[in-house]
Design a protein around this ligand. Structure first.
Ligand SMILES: O=C(O)CCC(=O)C(=O)O
Ligand SMILES: [Fe+2]
Length: 466
């Protein structure tokens, strides 16, 4: 296929899935461990051993039960998974009230400030188009025709296997007792595949409306139209149009992922890249999220953890944050809407097909910047790979400032002053732009204009005088 990216993985999840004890720690443990290397010649997965230990009755005994023989907790090992499924129902945090809506209509009418987790029972009224016949693993083949080898996470190991969608679906069609691995495909972004599912699917209206990238796309298209009608023909006009078109053509694409997860998959604790907000629609099967609020403390714990090299991670922050987790079960047909920064981990109790995606929003601008900065520090120290970040985040922020924020501030829109200040705080002339949408002089010019407008605001003046 022509438009198939050779490396479609873009998300921050790979390492999370693969957290497992270091080899020395493994030696001390008597528990059978999942396969560590090649998946070839594997025996079928052992049936989970049943022990007679009583089921945990509170969070503390639950966390205790997860410990391996050396006293550590190793998420996604066989021992962990067995104990986890026995006690996971205990994870409750009464401070997180998941808002339940019977339909998309009700959600759209009642969502208000997007500051909590929402669960929408049926997709009617969400304005999300999902093909009706995408109802089985075989049906996926009809919509995803790429022959590229996709990176698939092998749950419970440090490995990732590259395989075609055909091979993966064959594995899903293998009876559970004959499966040799638990596969979890999280990185198939299908908007960039350019056909198939992309044409049969549309993101929820709420996502479309809130997404800064979508707003930017509309604005860039509108600008091209304006230039077309208002400017005299000539080189300058063509150059301007082509610059804008390049931005449209290279906008980051993170809104449409197809996730295929086998029963038993476990995705460890993370915040989605750049603290993007998430929609997550379960087409088939069932998923369980455990979510914690983006409080200052939780985000601090998470950032520290991310900055610690894998081998030095002594504690599982799932335990450190025991009381913070709220269980959120997403059943077939339901859609979860999770705002920026919620820390989460995910367990898949049944083979599942999900469509979900990530988007940047204005309300959480500062948090999005903050997490992106943390991720960049992590890239430097090698605990996160650059490819797992939101590529083009800074280009988008510069372009948003130039094309949306500045014109609105110029027309005296005081609501935006706070946003202007945040942009001013984080955007720097020397910022490296992965998509190279602006050169040094252009960045400088944008920041100069922004600075003048932010300072010119009466509220800003008052604040300075206080
Ligand atoms: O479904 C999963 O296993 C992981 C989902 C998730 O949190 C993500 O894709 O970011
Ligand atoms: Fe996630």
């Amino acid at each position: 296929m022509e438009n198939v990216p050779t490396t479609p993985i873009k998300r921050v999840r790979k390492a999370k899935e693969m957290y497992s004890p270091s080899p020395d720690k493994l030696k001390k443990s008597s528990h059978p461990k999942p396969p560590q290397k090649s998946q070839k010649n594997l025996k079928p997965l052992a049936q989970t051993p049943r022990r007679n230990a009583p089921k945990p009755h509170d969070n503390q005994s639950f966390m205790e039960s997860l410990r391996d023989t050396d006293g550590h907790i190793y998420p996604s090992t066989e021992h962990f998974m067995e104990k986890f499924s026995q006690g996971e129902h205990l994870l409750k945090n009464s401070e997180i009230k998941v808002k339940f809506w019977k339909s998309g209509h009700e959600f759209m009418a009642g969502v208000g400030k997007f500051d909590g987790v929402h669960l929408v029972d049926t997709k009617d009224g969400l304005g999300m188009m999902v093909p009706d016949d995408l109802d089985s693993f075989d049906a996926v083949k009809k919509y995803i025709t790429t022959t590229a080898k996709l990176p698939v996470i092998v749950s419970g190991t440090r490995t990732e296997e590259k395989m075609t969608i055909t091979k993966l679906i064959k594995a899903f069609n293998t009876p559970k007792q004959r499966r040799t691995a638990i596969y979890n495909l999280l990185s198939l972004e299908f908007d960039s595949l350019g056909q198939g599912l992309r044409d049969a699917f549309s993101v929820p209206e709420f996502v479309h409306r809130k997404s800064m990238i979508n707003k930017l796309k509309d604005k860039l298209s509108q600008k091209i139209q304006e230039i077309q009608t208002e400017m005299e023909n000539g080189d300058e006009k063509e150059e301007l149009k082509s610059k804008l078109q390049t931005q449209i053509d290279t906008l980051p694409k993170y809104q449409m992922f197809l996730l295929l997860s086998m029963e038993g998959s476990f995705t460890d604790i993370h915040v989605d890249f750049s603290a993007t907000s998430v929609y997550y629609h379960v087409i088939k099967g069932r998923k369980v999220f455990y979510v914690a609020k983006p409080t200052e403390e939780n985000l601090r714990i998470y950032a520290e953890y991310e900055k610690t090299p894998l081998k030095e991670r002594e504690e599982w922050i799932g335990e450190t944050m025991t009381a913070e987790w709220q269980r959120l079960e997403i059943k077939e047909g339901q859609t979860a809407m999770i705002p920026s920064g919620f820390v989460h981990f995910v367990f898949t109790p049944e083979d599942s097909i999900v469509i979900g995606g990530n988007y940047l929003v204005e309300e959480y601008l500062e948090q999005q910047f903050e997490l992106t900065v943390v991720e960049e520090e992590c890239v430097k120290i090698n605990t996160i790979q650059r490819g797992h970040m939101l590529e083009g985040f800074w280009d988008v922020m510069f372009s948003y400032t130039l094309n949306i924020l500045i014109p609105e501030l110029e027309s005296g829109e005081p609501r935006l002053i706070e946003m202007g200040r945040i942009m001013q705080k984080y955007l720097k002339e020397g910022q490296n732009l992965q998509k190279k949408w602006f050169n040094g002089d252009e960045k400088k010019e944008i920041l100069k204009k922004l600075g003048e407008l932010v300072l010119a605001e009466p509220t800003a003046k008052r604040a300075r005088m206080d």
